[in-house]
Structures are given as C-alpha cells and as structure tokens.
Design a protein around this ligand. Sequence first.
Ligand code: BEZ
Length: 207
Amino acid sequence: MSVRPILFHAPASPFVRKVMVLLHETGQLDRVELYAAVHTPIAPDAGVLQGNPAGKIPALRLPDGQVLHDSRVILEYLDQQHTGEPLIPRDGPARWRRLTLASLADAVMDAAVLIRYETAMRPPEKHWEQWLDNQQQKIARTLAYFDGPAHAELAGRFDVAAIGLACALGYLDFRQPHWNWRAEYPQLAHWLAEASRRPSLQATAPA
Ligand code: BEZ
C-alpha cells in the first residue's frame, strides 16, 4: 500500500486540473502519487472503482484506504494539509461567497463536459440540440456574470474561486476552440491572460 495519497487523474478533466493547480499553489505536488485513469462513462477503470463505487474522478485514496471525492471535497482536504494562507477561507461570509463562486465555475465545467459527452460519445443522430443549447446558454450566462457583476471579486487573490474559473475557461478553450468567448467577455479574457502566467496553470494545461 502506498504511503502517499493516490490521486486518480485524467489529463483532460477540468475537475482534476483544479486539484493539480491547488497542489502546485500550495507546494504539495510531491505529497501525492498520480494514477493515470483510463476511464470513460461507458468503460470504467477497475482501479478507480475500488472504494469509489460511483467511479468519481478526481478521487484521492488516502494511505488508510479511505477514498475522498469529489473535487470540492479533495480541495477542502488538501487546503487543510498545508501551512500557508488557505485558498478556501475557513469561515465567515468570505467562505460562503468564495465557495459559491467556485460552484458557479463548476457549473460551467459540468455543462461543458456534458456537451462534450453528448457530442463526442453519442451518435450524431441521437444528439439533442435543444438540450445542448440550454447547456451552452448556462455557460454563457455564467461567463457574463463573471465578466460583469462578479468581475471585481476576481482581483487580488488566486484562491478556490479563481482556480475553478481558470480551469473552466481552460476547458472551454480545449473542447470548444471554435467559440471565441474572449470577444464576448473581454474582462474575463483579460483576467485569464493575467492568471495564465502562473506556473500552476502553465503546468496543468489540459491534454
Ligand atoms: C474530456 O475528455 O473532455 C474529459 C475527460 C475526463 C473528464 C472530463 C472531461
């Protein structure tokens, strides 16, 4: 049995990327071992399923065999394993606000991953266009919110909310390269350009 936690990893997953970015940002990369999961919704990886019946990725198997998931739980766990400034506020209004912004970023990832599955894994004649449009509109509304009302809240710290948003936007670039979201949300584009200088984002680009 490994003495280090094992992170079940998939390089294209924006949820895995959040965990990797937090590990970089908090200097904990060497604390985990990576398991390269070969896992899709229609072909689960048997190694992933041990102690993880729903086959969640990312998942973090601790040395005592306990498996933590999903990405939100793993981020909370890892953020409590370092001595630097927390990337998730521990309490107070800031905690609920930053977690809510992080949840919005997760919603972008959820919708974008569902679109990916629908378009890449289902036969074209089975694609449900109205459902796809609604997922895309959910993404557009959320980006508009980050570009406008919530934009000022992105300045200052690269924390759980910013990590989530950067990973969500990175996933859109990866899986929807035809969509020039930067033209529609210029403040967000500027924010991502600045954030993308961080070594944590450069080292974890989806592949
Ligand atoms: C993707 O290939 O887009 C993907 C892979 C794993 C999780 C989510 C998305």
